[in-house]
Design a protein around this ligand. Sequence first.
Ligand code: NAP
Length: 341
Amino acid sequence: MASIAAVLDNNSAITRRYGPGLVAVFVGGTSGIGESTARAFIRNTDASHAYLVGRDQARAAEIIRELQQMKPDAQITFIKSDVSLLREVDDACSLIQRNEDKVNILFLSPGIGTMKGRDETDEGLDRKLNLHYYSRMRFVQNLLPQLVKGADITRATESQPSLSRVVSVLEAGSEAAMNLDDLSLKTHYSLRNCAKHAITMNSVSMEHLASHYPQVSFIHSFPGIVRTRLNRDLGTVAKCAVNALVAIAKPWEIPFNESGERHLYAAASPTFPPLAYKDSSIDPAEGSDGRNGSGFYRLSSDGSTYKPSKIMERYRAEGVRSLIWNHTVSVFAHVHNKVSV
Ligand SMILES: NC(=O)c1ccc[n+]([C@@H]2O[C@H](COP(=O)([O-])OP(=O)(O)OC[C@H]3O[C@@H](n4cnc5c(N)ncnc54)[C@H](OP(=O)(O)O)[C@@H]3O)[C@@H](O)[C@H]2O)c1
C-alpha cells in the first residue's frame, strides 16, 4: 500500500526525476479520473504538454483555462473525438503524432456507465466494450512508436531515467474466464459479460504488450469508488440506485483529487519499472502482475499490486494471451478495411 504522503512526495519529485517537458495523453481527460489525473500531472510537472481527448468541448475549455492559470508554462491541447469509433481513435492519434516525437504517459479512462444491452456502432462493435477495451488498445498500438521514443533508453541515465507508461483505468483484480469463442460478444452479450471481457482482455493484452515492449510499463488499475460523472447516461431509476450505493460506500470513497494524485503515482512512480529496468536473469515469460520479470502491473485503489490471477496464469500457460491479442489486431484490421473501402 502506498500512503497518500508517499504518493504526494513521489509526485512532487517527478520533474527532478525525469526533467521538464513530459508529454501525456489523457483519453477521457474531460471528466472524472482522467481529469483529476491530468490536473495532478500539470500541478506536478514543468513545461509539460497534456492532451485531453473527449467529446465535451465546453468542459475541456474550462479545465484548460484553470490549468493554464495554475501553470502558464504548460501546454494543454483538447482533441475532440468520439473514441467509441476506431476511425476517430486513428484520427486523434495522427494528430498527436504530427505534433510529438515522444509520449511519456498514455492514460486511458474513457468509459460509460450505461445499462443498455449491446449497442452496436457502425463499425460493428459494442460501444461500451469498445470504450473499455478495443479503442484503448488501438491508442496503445498506434502510439507505441512514440512511447518507445519516450523511453529513450539509450539516453536515460541513473540520475535522469526515462518514463514511458500506459495506464488503463477499469477494474484490475476482477479478471475472470471469458467466452473464448465470442470475444467481442456478438451473440453472448450481457452487462456482466461485457465487464468481464473488457477487464480480462485489458489485463491479458497489456501483459502481452509488456513482454514485447520491454521499454514500456503497463498498468491496469482499479480506482476504488470515486465520485465522477460516470452515471450521467443512466435512467432515473438506475441513477438513484447508483447514488444510494455510493452514499452507503461513502466511508470507502476516494476523493477526486486524491484519485488523481494516486493515478499520477501509478503513471510516474519508479515503483513500476518496465521490464528493461528489471533483473535480466528473470525469464519474462514467467512474469505477470509485476512480481517477476514483467513490466505489467495490476494495481488496487491503494496503489498495491494484486496477487497473481489464477485465470491469467491459466491463459498464459494455454497460449490464450496470443489468441486474445491476435483477435484484437484482427478486429482492428476488419474495421480498417471496412472504413477504407
Ligand atoms: N468512478 C468510479 O468509481 C469507477 C470505479 C471503477 C471503475 N471505473 C472506471 O474508470 C473509468 C473512468 O471513469 P470515470 O469515473 O472517470 O468516468 P467519467 O467521469 O464519466 O469520465 C469518463 C470519460 O470518458 C469520456 N468518454 C466517454 N465516452 C466517450 C466517447 N464516446 N468518446 C470520447 N470520450 C468519451 C468522457 O469524455 P466526454 O464526456 O468529453 O466524451 C470522460 O472524459 C471507466 O471505465 C469506469 O468504468 C470508475
